[in-house]
Design a binder for this molecule. Structure first.
Ligand code: HSE
Length: 431
């Protein structure tokens, strides 16, 4: 074993940072053996010193001079678990300038400034690893970056937000309303208080979708490219309708090649998923990502997507990987964006659709509804009617059709005298 320790600077001592410090201390002999040199924690950057941060953070190592920690202590590896854009961004850029490799869990930063970070990393000839930025403990980014790099990924479907998956699971299993399920998630600490919008409006999942799409399709995808719709408008009636037709509603991150190969579609939205689909079995706050590729076929990655110890597991895995690279004098995979596939507008993506219509059941109504679908070239897959007279409901599932055709279909349906209202529309994903 090399006698010279590798110096690790840790930025952040919150839920994840303190668990990273714990794993580095508790597993020090094993990590040293796996790396080929000891890992030495040389400082922990915090907003305020003098605060008790638990037994794994030595107060003598804490500093509020984060810039100094990155540039003045000879760090080989800078670990950023602060979150947010700044100061994380400029600290990481400084780390590269100082010749350190970086491990980060910062999805927002990667989804908005990934290209800048990768370029700075390349210029410095060091590493940027970010496994923990998507789906916590689940090994997903390394499989996409390395294991599947010889394959051609067609589609990735992910449940990548535990908070919304918990809320939707409660709505599905107990019939709870969105607000009751959200309150329960807040009580359990899954959803933020008082403002849960980053999770429930889909922004957290959208940042992860951008990172996944960039890796899966060797293209630069940023947060701004991702269409995003959250779950706040999902009603108990939507959930019951999904259940009645053999589906479950999940918030999905979808990244897929367009049917004509011109580009990719990247979006986050609630979707009805067949209960037979492997992702339908992912309950509560768990995450899972389903990958479809030409040679490997269908793969699913499942596990805890958040939490201190699970996220720290991914961070420390990355620390070991970049430490090994430093010992060997090599480096890990660079950004791969050569394919440069454009992200197509939502209008040009295709999906199946579920549409529930409240209408008056009389002769000719079905024909007029079917004619609207035909007029916009949307083919009906299944149709189910409940009730009769003035109080009928028609539930229609379409074959795959373009979003813009579905939007025109809904507009025309609203214009029919016999249709009182469109009670629900939902995308249907998976076979
Ligand atoms: N808030 C996220 C979730 C975890 O609910 O899954 C961190 O991305």
């Amino acid at each position: 074993m090399s006698a010279k320790p590798l110096k690790v600077a840790l930025l952040g001592a919150g839920v994840v940072g303190s668990e990273v410090a714990r794993l580095l201390a508790e597993q020090a002999p094993d990590l040293a053996a796996r790396v080929g040199a000891p890992l030495e924690l040389v400082g922990v950057g915090v907003r305020r010193t003098g605060v008790n941060r638990g037994s794994w953070i030595d107060p003598a190592l804490t500093t509020d001079d984060l810039q100094g920690l990155v540039t003045e202590r000879g760090a080989d590896i800078v670990v950023e678990v602060l979150g947010g854009i700044d100061p994380a961004r400029h600290l990481i850029l400084s780390a590269f300038e100082a010749g350190a490799s970086v491990v980060t869990a910062n999805k927002a930063l990667l989804a908005q400034h990934g290209a800048e970070l990768h370029q700075a990393c390349d210029a410095a000839g060091v590493d940027l690893y970010f496994e923990a930025s998507v789906a916590g403990a689940i090994p997903l980014l390394r499989p996409l970056r390395e294991s599947l790099v010889g394959d051609r990924v067609q589609r990735v479907l992910g449940i990548v937000n535990g908070t919304t998956n918990y809320i939707l699971t409660r709505m599905d299993e107990s019939g709870a309303s969105f607000s009751d399920a959200l309150a329960e998630a807040q009580e359990l600490g899954y959803a933020e208080k008082p403002d849960p919008s980053a999770d429930v409006e889909g922004h957290d999942a959208a940042a992860k979708a951008a990172i996944i799409a960039s890796l899966a399709f060797h293209s630069r995808v940023t947060l701004a490219d991702v269409y995003c719709e959250g779950i706040a408008s999902i009603t108990a009636a939507d959930v019951a309708a999904a259940k009645a037709s053999g589906h479950v509603i999940k918030l999905l991150a979808v990244a897929e090649r367009s049917f004509d190969g011109r580009g990719i579609n990247v979006r986050v939205h609630p979707a009805m998923l067949s209960r037979q689909h492997p992702l339908a079995a992912v309950r509560e706050a768990y995450n899972a990502v389903f990958v479809e590729s030409d040679a490997a076929g269908q793969l699913m990655f499942y596990g805890p997507g958040a939490g201190g110890a699970p996220t720290a597991s991914a961070v420390v895995g990355d620390i070991v990987a970049v430490a090994r690279n430093r010992i060997s004098g090599g480096h890990g995979p660079r950004e791969s964006a050569y394919a440069a596939l454009p992200v197509l507008p939502l209008d040009e993506s295709s999906t199946r659709y579920f549409i529930a219509l409240d209408l008056t059941d009389k002769a000719g109504v079905l024909a007029s509804v079917a004619a609207v679908f035909a007029e916009h070239d949307v083919s009906i897959e299944t149709l189910r009617q409940e009730g009769h007279g003035d109080d009928a409901r028609l539930e229609i599932v379409t074959h795959e059709a373009q979003e813009k055709s579905l939007a025109k279909t809904c507009k025309s349906l609203r214009d029919l005298d016999s249709v009182r209202r469109i009670a629900s529309t939902m995308r249907v994903v998976g076979e």
